[in-house]
Design a protein around this ligand. Sequence first.
Ligand code: 5GP
Length: 211
Amino acid sequence: MAQEGILIVFSGFSGAGKGTIMKELLKRYPDTYALSVSATTRAPRPGETEGIEYFFKTREEFEKMIEKQELIEYARYVENYYGTPKAYVEEQLLKGKDVILEIEIQGALNIKKMFPRALLLFVATCDAKTLKERLLGRGTETLDVIHARLKRAGEESQGMENYDYLVVNEDLEHTVEQVHSIICNEHKRVSHNLDFIARIREDLEGFLKGE
Ligand code: 5GP
């Protein structure tokens, strides 16, 4: 029987390269991972497509989703709502896929409370200066928004100790393989293999009875 998938939370400073790492991970291991697409009230950036990067919602639509308990978690981030739709995550985990949630820290901590076996990864740049340069280089946000995101990064840095692993993204190739290998190791954790243990125990008992 396939092992149930692991819930993986991937957080990190805006601009640290989370999105790119995730895209690459999915491209290389499409049968292993499923990426949850969040709902948000933020406006689409140029090039973003409904249902690919996000499900773009009005504030009213988002609040309806909260009311109908369609979200596993949600948080406010720099004036907008972001949340994880429940149905897709549950369906993919049952199929044995490792489901990746690319979410900010409040949501991550809520997930850990609800799913203690979730794996929490945090991605950072090697220093603060590099982060600022990447945000400026992206050219998709106004200076005010960049400033707000840097401020938020400072706040998020206060919660980094709550994560299981820290990944410093200096070289995409290396980072992607590092993340994949952390997840592969996580599958070996005894707590993710309780079905295997029960089965082998039962088979061994069967042998003993047959003797
Ligand atoms: P961005 O606007 O740059 O796409 O995302 C802003 C922040 O919201 C990022 O840190 C991203 O990880 C986070 N985020 C995206 N989707 C969700 C979600 O469903 N829930 C939570 N809590 N955060 C999210």
